[in-house]
Design a protein around this ligand. Structure first.
Ligand SMILES: NC(=O)c1ccc[n+]([C@@H]2O[C@H](COP(=O)([O-])OP(=O)(O)OC[C@H]3O[C@@H](n4cnc5c(N)ncnc54)[C@H](O)[C@@H]3O)[C@@H](O)[C@H]2O)c1
Ligand SMILES: [Zn+2]
Length: 370
């Protein structure tokens, strides 16, 4: 077997391993055989991923005598819909999946969120395994058990907490990932540094460009550090009643822009998270909570690697009010008040409900006119 790093998400009887390494898809049959109830899996993937990574996965499963069916969906954020939830559930039922069948989500966050949600409702819940193939999914969405789809009202508003049985991170899959997607995933790596780990942030300032140019060692280090941080936070607060909400740094802003600009590919999730995190810094500086030098430091790094530091031109057709309304739809609203992730500085995020709409509007206006 190839060398890999094994982490654990510690959730009592729902604990599971995260296996990180090169060439793991080739080993998938062997790795999964002891983890699944019966040697039968149903693979959900998308067209782009299937082109490169479906056949090797099928071969590996076959070698270990695991039967597999598969479903290939169109790629893109708009796939995370009610309509496709129906497609996935009914395709699995037509293929006569049983409660002992395991769903494999082979793809990015879109496939993982949708297939995980489908697994959680099919036959009242069948096991699923994540094989994430984007940097974003490898450092974030495949770990932690949040599954779901988008609705007309906004991002991820229907879904479930449903933990996978295992996460297999094959770093080789990133070789086929388009640069823009890799960069978008890098924004979520930065998130872990910015919210709670100044040392990681400093390492990223030095090594970020290596990650983006495909340096294996740097990529593996970034994935391990991110998964370790996520596993720790999820183990502490699986259902987001506290500390897990810190992982939403920048996301309340990001989701509002994603909801308004549609899920067309004009704006990728990670891109929205990049300028969304800068907006969280802007709001924190405005409220006198964070030194202005920190926002400059983050902006400089984002500019160096090519992450967006402002919303796209397209957003300028809208007023701040439009985005405020989306933010009020966010899941983080409690008693009508939005919970914000703000910062005392790099690596020092905290939660607060104590933010006036006037200050949020000022941050939105600054971003929309920058
Ligand atoms: N569940 C969570 O905790 C969580 C966390 C963060 C983000 N998300 C969700 O994740 C989604 C974004 O995920 P994403 O950025 O992975 O997007 P994605 O799944 O749409 O993948 C991005 C693009 O890359 C292609 N692709 C994927 N892997 C590839 C590969 N190895 N080679 C070539 N092409 C490949 C896909 O077909 C797609 O076109 C959003 O819907 C977001 O809400 C969920
Ligand atoms: Zn995210």
């Amino acid at each position: 077997m190839t060398e890999s790093t094994l982490l654990t998400v510690a959730l009592q009887d729902r604990s599971y391993p995260i296996d990180i390494g090169a060439g793991l898809i080739e080993q998938a049959g062997k790795i999964l055989a002891p983890l699944i109830q019966k040697p039968r899996v149903y693979i959900v993937t998308d067209e782009n991923v299937a082109e490169h990574h479906l056949a090797p996965l099928q071969d590996s499963l076959q070698t270990s005598n695991i039967d597999s069916d598969y479903l290939i969906l169109p790629p893109g954020e708009s796939t995370k819909s009610f309509a496709n939830l129906q497609v996935v559930v009914e395709s699995m039922l037509s293929a006569k999946v049983e409660r002992s069948t395991t769903v494999i989500a082979l793809g990015g966050g879109v496939v993982g969120d949708l297939a995980g949600f489908a697994a959680s409702v099919t036959l009242r819940g069948i096991d699923f395994v994540q094989i994430p193939t984007t940097l974003l999914a490898q450092v974030d969405s495949s770990v932690g058990g949040k599954t779901g789809i988008n609705t007309g009202q906004g991002k991820n508003l229907a879904g479930s907490f449903y933990q996978p049985k295992a996460v297999l991170v094959d770093t080789d899959t990133l070789a086929t990932l388009p640069d823009r997607e890799r960069l978008a995933g890098y924004a979520e790596v930065c998130k872990y540094g910015l919210l709670g780990d100044l040392k990681l942030w400093e390492w990223l300032e030095k090594n970020g460009e290596k990650i983006l140019s495909g340096d294996d060692k740097a990529i593996t280090h970034a994935i391990e550090a991110s998964c370790r941080a996520k596993a720790r936070i999820v183990a502490e607060d699986e259902r987001e009643s506290g500390v897990r909400a810190l992982l939403n740094l920048g996301h309340t802003f990001a989701h509002a822009f994603e909801a308004e600009l549609g899920y067309s590919g004009a704006l990728l999730h990670g891109e929205a998270v990049a300028f969304g995190m800068l907006m969280a810094f802007d709001l924190s500086v405005r409220l006198g909570l964070c030194p202005a030098s920190d926002i400059d430091r983050v902006r400089t790094h984002f500019e160096t690697v090519g992450l967006p530091v402002n919303p796209p031109e397209l957003a300028r057709n809208f007023t701040a009010d439009v985005f405020l309304k989306h933010m009020a739809q966010d899941k983080k609203v409690a008693d009508g008040a939005l919970t914000f992730v703000l910062l005392h500085g790099i690596g020092q995020a905290f939660l607060t409900q104590n933010v006036s709409p006037r200050d949020v509007t000022a941050t939105l206006n600054a971003a929309l006119t920058a």
